[in-house]
Design a protein around this ligand. Structure first.
Ligand code: ATP
Ligand code: MG
Length: 410
């Protein structure tokens, strides 16, 4: 018996002239992951990608790992393991009897469904479902039919070249294929929100790059490593991610020495947005992404966002803006970044924090504060500190230019 993995497209990408491009992106992404799970053949037919192991030996073709990987790829609405067989009722019933008892272990109730894309198949869908249902009742001790709310649904699909039998189809990662919406620059802190924001926009087809600000020695090497680890965790979904790192140390010291304390954070955030705007444009990113959530802290009030937003002409995507912290945390747990995010390292935003940050800043006062410093000079100087690393799903985080302190990987 041949067991394969079926990955089914979401509705959205069935439409439009881009379908061919989407299919190529999805196949490429599965191939990249398959290289680490072993030997597989990947083909596309009828809005479904089929992944076939080339060996029965899990050391050569690790189907469990390939299945786990397929569930992480944006663009698939559903993913399932299935037994493939010849398109005859005898073969279907024999395969159902051999394959399903294992898949239904622990289930008390089931429902059987069938779908014929090949309408020439002699039996109707209800007839096929009825016969397969009878095989299940014969072969799985104690199981009962429940059409309304079963523990598991058994499905038979009669497709153009083969029939497939499966049980326990799962949701895919959803969204649209990586890169199909262009590039975005994620402002990535070490917190909970920004990795979630990056994940959400990657799911909408953005190829996400990251920008991290540090403030060494006020922020530590450990804080930087934590951010690199978060980026690597996001690579489970994105494959790879370039992280630009810029130092804000001198800017923060100048703000502390020259400006009114209540404005520190806002002034700093205006620098962050301006630097992000520059780097995004140099790197062909069409938008910025932040983890801001309205009203979460002083710098995320409507008025505060109103004075930081104009520092970029790019659209700023803030997918967490309308979410409560609990909602953001639940996504963070689901995507696997939460445990790293809560490690207690400092962020540059928490260096020299004002006791009474402005929650309703006025732009005239902000501009007056900025007039006290050599704003352009500081921005250029910060840009000079920039370097980049690349995080990858498989492998270490590596420095993009090997000249960074002579290091090749970190
Ligand atoms: P987060 O989990 O994103 O850190 P937060 O509640 O700590 O959430 P803030 O520190 O106020 O949020 O920052 C708001 C947003 O600004 C972050 O979501 C992130 O996009 C960006 N940001 C904050 N600190 C940094 C940093 N050191 N480097 C890059 N971006 C940052
Ligand atoms: Mg933060």
């Amino acid at each position: 018996m041949k067991e394969v993995i079926l990955c089914k497209y979401g509705e959205l990408i069935l439409k439009g002239a881009n379908r061919g491009t989407f299919e190529t992106v999805l196949q490429k992404e599965l191939r990249r992951r398959a290289r680490h799970a072993g030997e597989f053949r990947i083909t596309t037919r009828q809005s479904t990608v089929m992944i076939e192991p080339l060996s029965d030996d899990p050391l050569v073709s690790d189907v469990d790992e390939m299945y786990r990987q397929a569930k992480l790829v944006f663009g698939f609405a559903a993913v399932t393991r299935a037994a493939a067989c010849e398109k005859s009722m005898d073969a279907i019933l024999a395969t159902a009897a051999a394959y399903l008892p294992d898949r239904l272990r622990g289930c008390k109730t089931f429902r059987a469904e069938a779908k014929r894309s090949d309408k020439r198949f002699p039996l109707t869908s209800p007839e096929i479902a009825g016969e397969v249902g009878a095989v299940v009742l014969e072969n799985v001790r104690g199981i009962k039919v429940n059409l309304v709310d079963p523990d598991i649904t058994v499905r038979v699909e009669i497709r153009d070249t083969e029939a497939f039998i499966h049980a326990g189809q799962e949701k895919g990662a959803g969204g649209i294929p990586s890169g199909s919406s262009g590039n975005g620059l994620l402002l990535l802190s070490g917190g909970i929100d920004s990795p979630v924001a990056g994940y959400m926009m990657a799911k909408r087809g953005l190829n996400v790059e990251a920008l991290h600000f540090e403030s060494f020695p006020y922020t530590s090497e450990l804080a930087r490593e934590k951010v690199f680890r978060l980026a690597k965790e996001l690579c489970e979904y994105t494959g790879r991610m370039r992280i630009h790192v810029v130092s804000l140390t001198h800017i923060q010291e100048v703000l502390r020495d020259s400006c009114t304390e209540d404005y520190f954070t806002l002034l700093l955030r205006r620098f962050m947005m301006a630097i992000a705007d520059r780097i995004a444009k140099e790197d062909a990113c069409g938008c910025l992404i932040t983890g801001e959530s309205l009203g979460q802290v002083a710098s995320q009030t409507l008025a505060a966002i109103g004075v930081t937003d104009p520092m970029t002409t790019l659209p700023v995507f803030r997918p967490c803006i309308g979410m409560d912290k609990e909602e953001i945390i639940s996504i963070s747990r689901k995507i696997g970044t939460f445990d790293t995010s809560i490690e207690p390292y400092e962020d540059c935003c928490t260096v020299f924090t004002p006791k009474h940050p402005k929650t309703k800043p006025e732009i005239e006062k902000v501009l007056a504060e900025e007039a006290k410093i050599d704003w352009n000079g500081l921005l250029e100087e910060a840009m000079q500190t920039r370097y980049a690393v690349v995080a990858r799903q498989y492998g270490d985080v590596i420095y993009e230019n090997e000249n960074k302190d002579g290091k090749g990987s970190c």
